[in-house]
Design a protein. Structure first.
Length: 559
């Protein structure tokens, strides 16, 4: 292909053109770039390959295919690596505090590489949970032509004749502790649950965010659902490489895609699929970097009007590969389009509107994953936003698979996740209890740990419909049950959750959207007077810096 026109090299020509840039060209030649390579647009290919987890272990191969597509379309790819932290591995340990913080590092590092080397475009390849919003945050900040490509879901494992995911292993820990699963069966499940490369296979956070960003339009239509090791993924990747060159030539930038209507489409996709509560944090963060006003109230408003249509794990029956076989997220969007609930004119990186893409969705005959509009799983979406005296700035409750009426629980207070987990597996939690896990918020953790170890153990112990859990931390997308997270203000900043004591009555009312602490005002005032802000848990390093800079969960826990 002939050299691209100069206007597609607006950034890189400053870096490499002219006699005064000979030193830069010398360095680039040392890295293997030819003179002809440097006459073409320089396109970043960023990914989070790391060999500690299946979610990202295949991303270098995907990057190779993306680079093929870029070269075919007349560009010069520049591959770079960023980090990833595995939630599934770190869960329940101090290591989990690094997870949400890694989202900011992913976005920061991609931003710095592209700015530092004056790249003309970007394909950001994601895998595990926080890498997905991190990639899109970087695209929004940089606003150079680009797109996000998801690395794809893992296939389900098979255990005792059923499809299983990593969520089943977490719940098996609870069954094991309750004496209903043997050591041998737990080991067998552990050995088959994750059969190869790809991100966690239910509508957990990774697949939630991948489908949300396809609905938003920053990922190519049809790209997110193709499983990680499916032979189709090579062409998906190559097409993404070719597509970024078209975006570059047409001058299409991420902020023209990441608009208010597009973000509302992404929220609707989350609600219609019963997706992860983490989507609230991540879409708020992306909106901020794109300069779009978005609040917690928008999530509740959109959830209230959006039917729950996809029967997905962890609370439902099917996995992400099942959704792909049924017709993918575009089939869900077609349902929403037919219901008048999709902002159909929102543009996408494909060059078509999201309405055009949704209208072309192909539905597999006899599929059971995505319900018809006439027979939704529920009339409203998979989560609600609560306010009330215990969460004045708001909190998030996942209701996919059930919508409970107002209920009063008795508080069992824990100052960290580990103590709560020990109480669950030790058989010390009873029907009617609400576990209150505090000082796990963005600042107090720091890092706002997910609680899948605890929530999985609760469900596995048979307490899923009998108890509740409230935290200023957050939940894995694999969590289900009566769980309320992101309570704000958090305990570390003196939020009301810091004042709760064992035996207090807490009312959870998802219908009225309230979370209330039923304690007399005078008693709360006495507790407030004696409360003292805790000392920071980390005084140096990345976690200490994050704790000083991070905002409330109600604002996306951004720095």
């Amino acid at each position: 292909m002939t050299d691209a026109s100069e206007d597609t090299r607006a950034n890189s020509r400053v870096l490499v053109d002219g006699p005064d840039r000979a030193p830069a060209r010398a360095m680039l030649r040392g890295a293997g770039y030819s003179a002809e390579d440097l006459k073409r647009p320089l396109i970043g290919v960023a990914h989070s390959w790391i060999e500690v987890m299946p979610c990202t272990m295949h991303l270098r191969e995907i990057a190779k295919w993306v680079k093929e597509g870029i070269r075919e379309a007349g560009g010069t790819p520049v591959e770079c690596n960023t980090i990833a932290v595995s939630d599934g591995i770190a869960m329940g340990t101090e290591g989990m505090k690094s997870s949400l913080i890694s989202r900011e590092i992913v976005a920061d590092s991609i931003e710095l590489v592209v700015r530092g080397h004056l790249l003309d475009g970007l394909v950001a390849i994601s895998g595990c949970d926080k890498t997905i919003p991190g990639c899109v945050m970087a695209l929004a900040r940089l606003d150079v032509p680009g797109l996000m490509l998801y690395g794809g879901s893992i296939m389900p494992g098979r255990f005792e004749g059923k499809d299983v995911t990593i969520g089943d292993v977490f719940e098996a820990v609870g069954r094991h502790a309750a004496g209903t699963m043997s050591d041998a069966r737990l080991e067998e499940l552990e050995s088959v649950a994750c059969p190869g490369a790809g991100a966690c296979g239910g509508q957990f956070t990774a697949n939630t965010m991948a489908t949300a960003f396809e609905a938003l339009g920053i990922s190519p239509a049809g790209s997110s659902g193709v499983p990680a090791l499916d032979p189709r993924r090579r062409e998906v990747a190559r097409a993404a490489g070719r597509r970024v060159m078209t975006l570059l030539r047409e001058g299409v930038k991420p902020r023209s895609i990441i608009t208010r209507p597009a973000l509302e489409n992404a929220i609707a996709a989350v609600m219609a699929t019963g997706g992860s509560t983490n989507a609230v944090l991540h879409l708020l963060a992306v909106a901020r970097d794109a300069g779009v006003d978005l609040t917690l109230a928008d999530f509740d408003r959109i959830s209230a009007r959006t039917p729950l249509l996809a029967d997905m794990k962890p609370w439902g029956r099917f996995t992400a590969p099942d959704m792909d076989h049924a017709g993918g997220i575009m089939l869900v969007l077609r349902r929403l389009l037919d219901a008048g609930l999709l902002n159909a004119d929102a543009p996408t990186v494909s060059g078509r509107t999201i309405g055009e893409e949704a209208r072309d969705a192909k539905e597999t005959r006899g599929q059971e994953v995505v319900k018809a509009l006439a027979t939704p799983i529920a009339a409203s979406g998979g989560m609600v936003i609560l306010g009330g005296s215990l969460a004045p700035e708001g909190c998030v409750m996942k209701v996919a698979g059930h919508l409970m009426s107002a209920r009063t629980f008795t508080a069992r207070v824990f100052e960290c996740e580990e103590d709560a987990f020990a109480a669950v597996v030790g058989g010390k939690i009873r029907e009617g209890d609400v576990l209150v896990i505090r000082y796990e918020g963005p600042k107090g953790g720091p890092g706002m740990r997910e609680m899948l170890g605890v929530t999985g153990a609760i469900v596995g112990a048979g307490l899923g419909e009998k108890v509740a859990l409230i935290t200023d931390g957050r939940f894995s997308g694999a969590t289900h049950g009566h769980m309320v997270g992101h309570v704000a203000p958090e305990a570390a900043t003196g939020g009301p959750i810091a004042l709760v004591r064992d035996g207090d009555a807490i009312v959870v009312d998802p219908v009225k959207r309230r979370l209330d602490l039923d304690v007399p005002a005078g008693e709360l005032a006495r507790r407030r007077a004696s409360w003292r802000e805790p000392a920071p848990r980390y005084r140096t390093g990345a976690l200490a810096k994050y704790a000083k800079l991070v905002s409330s969960a109600a604002d996306g826990a951004v720095t």
